[in-house]
Design a protein around this ligand. Structure first.
Ligand SMILES: [Cu+2]
Length: 216
């Protein structure tokens, strides 16, 4: 049986209003009547908080950690926004950035951890995917677009595959975790980090819930 860690992260408090993105005319056209906004505090059912990066911070033995998956983690550029906004990635795993837009983008990871490489790659409209690999853990590593100053995505890079990002209702599942004692950490860009000690048995552990407060 898979030992999964699952829970729900909810938001406490009222976040400041989101701001409309200052789109240029080409990107406005892709949106029609819709006016996209920042995604600082995305909440869903029951005030569940989306886009929280969840990972095992400590407790894993080296023998518990498999080689990075050959499957890339995919980020798309759609209507001049990165989708998803937050993803997780194992060190050594490929991050594949696609361009589904009929416009030029410029993909620019801006890591701050030594050993992770800053790169800056122009990407033609609907052009081939560009690929990145990061060697060091970094939470969260920022990706920006140099052509569209409102475009950002964030990548939680860790040394193992035991991570998740909360869905639109704040739910997460970290899959196939070896039984053991761990510290589980959550990180939200605006709401900061928290951790919990957990004990994962052969059946996993459920209801590892957190509340993130809007900073005062
Ligand atoms: Cu762009």
């Amino acid at each position: 049986m898979a030992a999964d860690i699952s829970g729900v992260i909810t938001l406490k408090g009222t976040p400041p209003p989101e701001q409309f993105l200052p789109l240029d005319p080409l990107c406005v056209k892709l949106h029609g009547d819709k006016k996209p906004a920042t995604r600082f505090w995305n909440t869903g059912k029951g005030n569940g908080l989306a886009d929280v990066f969840v990972h095992i911070k400590s407790g894993l033995k080296p023998s518990d950690i498999p080689a990075p998956s050959k499957q890339p983690v995919v980020l798309d550029q759609s209507k001049c926004e990165y989708l998803p906004y937050v993803v997780g990635l194992q060190t050594g795993q490929t991050l594949e950035v696609r361009n589904s837009d009929p416009v030029l983008h410029n993909v620019h990871p801006t890591p701050v951890v030594d050993g992770n490489k800053e790169q800056n790659l122009a990407q033609l409209p609907m052009g081939p995917a560009v690929k990145f690999v990061f060697e060091k853990p970094e939470i969260l590593l920022r990706i920006k677009c140099d052509i569209h100053p409102w475009m950002f995505a964030y990548v939680g890079v860790v040394e193992h595959p035991f991570f998740a990002v909360t869905d639109k209702n704040g739910a997460f599942t970290v899959k196939n975790v070896p039984p053991g004692e761990y510290v589980l950490e959550i990180f939200h860009r605006k709401g900061g980090k928290q951790e919990k000690k957990i004990s994962v048995g052969a059946d996993g552990i459920k209801a590892v819930d957190f509340k993130v407060e809007v900073p005062k």
